[in-house]
Write a protein that binds this ligand. Sequence first.
Ligand code: PLP
Length: 385
Amino acid sequence: MKVIYVDNNATTKVAPEVLQEMLHYFSEFYGNPSSMHSFGGQVGLKLKEARAKIANLIGAEPDEILFTSCGTESDSTAIRAAIMSNPDKKHIITSRVEHPAVKNLCEYLSKNGYRVTFVPVDREGRLDLEFLYRNLSDDTAIVSIMWANNETGVIFPIEEIVQVVKERGIVFHTDAVQAVGKVPVDVRKVEVDMLSISGHKIHAPKGVGALYIRKGTKYSPFLIGGHQEKGRRGGTENVASIIGLGKAGELAIDNIGKESVRVKHLRDKLENEILKRIPNSMVNGDTENRLPNTTSISFEFVEGEAILLMMDEFGICASSGSACTSGSLEPSHVLRSMGVPFTAAHGSIRFSLSVYNTEEEIDYIVEKLPPIIARLRELSPFWKA
Ligand code: PLP
């Protein structure tokens, strides 16, 4: 059976061009990039190239890019760096709808000597900016707000927030894991201090990421060890994956220009057809400021997990809530924070597209989904057609 993969906010396929570049660095050019000999040195040069490519993707300087093992490590490194290098400040501001990589770290810190303010969102998933600004204080070590939400795709006004936060001299970090590669992200225009990237969301492999650290930002390493990454992260670099990440960054620049228009067209078609064909279905989140590839749709009076299982029988792969909350029957913290009613939050499905999706795939989903929802509603004691 053909797989229709519309779960690209969970992870993406490694682009064939990316894989091709990576393969040489396993068994052919396997030297250590830190070695003095030229066999290792040539690998070091490729690492340098990859750093420049990722820097170029977000308008940074190459030495402002630190390679990490994933988006989660980038987030942790940023937040820990800010609090470690501002030891007198004991307050953190973040949002209620962050990915667990930020949310759970902040909850942990709130039990370990820090006061954390979680900024609420409205019914459309938009941040309460007044609340955020009111809570900035001289004790705030860092404000960490995601660029775009992984479940709804809602994009936050980072440029405006950064200006207000930076005026107060407070460090600003953004988890841009879902934004980079999908919408333009330029740190020359949006002056964040730190920004997280994850490889496997942009057609590079899993297990590699990057953290942008603006020149002059106070920093303290998370992984203390060797002198790699200019002493900012100990540990021999994941060379092949970093080279893959560089290539993926290069491809992403092209895709943002051309392909994202096509992807948005497919997403809009999917969304409009679903809303037209399936009664009591609704889109979650602000549809104006949204990633071009994402739609979160609630189907009232059905369980998201049941929908996923039935779609799976047709080879359709999507997600209910975020990938990291699947397996749990609790509605996601994002939809709960938005105040999505229980009957709708439970039946929410996230479709997230990529450049590899086709119009035929969208037609297929639009054909298969209505009878699935109708069948599940027939079984639901709460559904009255
Ligand atoms: N931040 C966001 C917004 C994400 O969507 C994810 C992954 O789903 C992460 C962070 C974590 O990235 P990684 O899986 O590379 O640790």
